[in-house]
Design a protein around this ligand. Sequence first.
Ligand SMILES: Nc1ncnc2c1ncn2[C@@H]1O[C@H](COP(=O)(O)OS(=O)(=O)O)[C@@H](OP(=O)(O)O)[C@H]1O
Ligand SMILES: [Mg+2]
Ligand SMILES: [Mg+2]
Ligand SMILES: [Mg+2]
Length: 456
Amino acid sequence: MSSYCSSLGTKIPRMLLQGKGYDDFFTVTHVVKPGSCPIYKVPCNLSRQHIGFVSKFDQICSSPVMEEEHKKLCGAEEEEYSKELEVSVTAVQMACTLCQRVQDTLISNTHHQVQSKDDNSPVTVADWSVQAVVSWILAECLGTENISIVAEEDVQNLSKANSSELLKAVVETVNQCLVEAPRFGIQKPKSALGTSDVLKIISRCNSTGGPSGRFWVLDPVDGTLGFIRGDQYAVALALIEDGEVKLGVLGCPNYPMRKEWLSYHHRYHRIISKLTPPNSETWNKGCVLYAKKGSGKAWMQPLVHANKMFVWPNCAKQVSVSSIDNPALATFCEPVEKANSSHSFTAGLAHSVGLRKQPLRVYSMVKYAAIARGDAEVFMKFARSGYKEKIWDHAAGVVIIQEAGGMVTDAGGHPLDFSKGLYLEDLDRGIVACSGTTLHAKIIDAVDASWGSSSL
Ligand SMILES: Nc1ncnc2c1ncn2[C@@H]1O[C@H](COP(=O)(O)OS(=O)(=O)O)[C@@H](OP(=O)(O)O)[C@H]1O
Ligand SMILES: [Mg+2]
Ligand SMILES: [Mg+2]
Ligand SMILES: [Mg+2]
């Protein structure tokens, strides 16, 4: 273990804090939070990002699993995409805080906050507000000129003459969130954003993706229906470069760190939905999962709760897929809505491969998170024919499952192709994500066997 990995008086090489080319040291003067995931202060005007490195570095020193990364850091090579990862996780953490606040108010007042889009799907103040906040943070932290974003929402409905109340609510929600930026180590805007600023940052997310270059993919609220119903939803952000997903971040504000609480959440909604749940902090509600392509690791950190400081990497722990490969013991998840995926087709498939448990129907990309965390083994989605899956509904989840050790393909066994624009063009029938190759192969074979007799 390194000599500079703990406590007061600790010397931290400047190169770890500010990248290559420095050979002097900062001395730790203050332990903000002692314990297994300490946060240190160093005596200079370092940004949170740098202090974050200190915290990360300490974790690296104290965890044998991360020795390798420790070496990389000591080698002073800044890891590829490390800044993008930290910024995107921070943005998702802030977005989740925003969503929690809106979800709490929605339950008591849905009036101006929910709208229907042209395809009849719902959109809320939270969808637009998260898109604005994430767009603002990415531009602030990475430079406007470097940012190209594909995102779900546009400002059409928001700019209509009869939407002024809604727009006002979005502007307020965005400013309320950004005022808290310093808690996340980001400078807040010099003054509150005006209506035209907010419309501009939402509509700046107008990239159409494609096979070359770098762009972010954002689903500001995935599972909007679950969000409105007070249930599961996710904030999903991914970075795609030359058609390949390089980073994925999934914020799951109602998915507790501890699996046991998930069933509590279901019971709570079915039986006692009128009662107030335990305080979100005490039951460790909410997590953020993330992974970097090719790292072979996926991580989960708790959601930061009201008034608490977010310091990267926020006590992240590694997650991995389940080792269960016996279908009889496996759990499969699927969309809640029959309109989004055929429940009868997956029931037939489940039966033919020997999946015996009841399906876990969960809104949103929380299904991808459940597989990555090892809480379920299979995710299947078979949309009606003619429906084209959008890249923002899958990009973040796919890379997180892959790096956690799982496998995601279309129903023909081909990788999902994120290089074709806004949609997963040429997707063969549906999506199959599994914790391992054995289950995956069984399901792909079963799809082929039962497809002909299905009405899909
Ligand atoms: N007809 C149809 N078929 C398939 N998929 C559709 C369809 N309509 C919408 N969508 C997309 O599904 C996203 C929600 O997927 P879920 O898996 O969360 O579905 S469910 O709400 O649990 O039923 C949902 O994402 P959000 O709009 O972000 O909620 C949509 O992009
Ligand atoms: Mg939507
Ligand atoms: Mg979605
Ligand atoms: Mg959405």
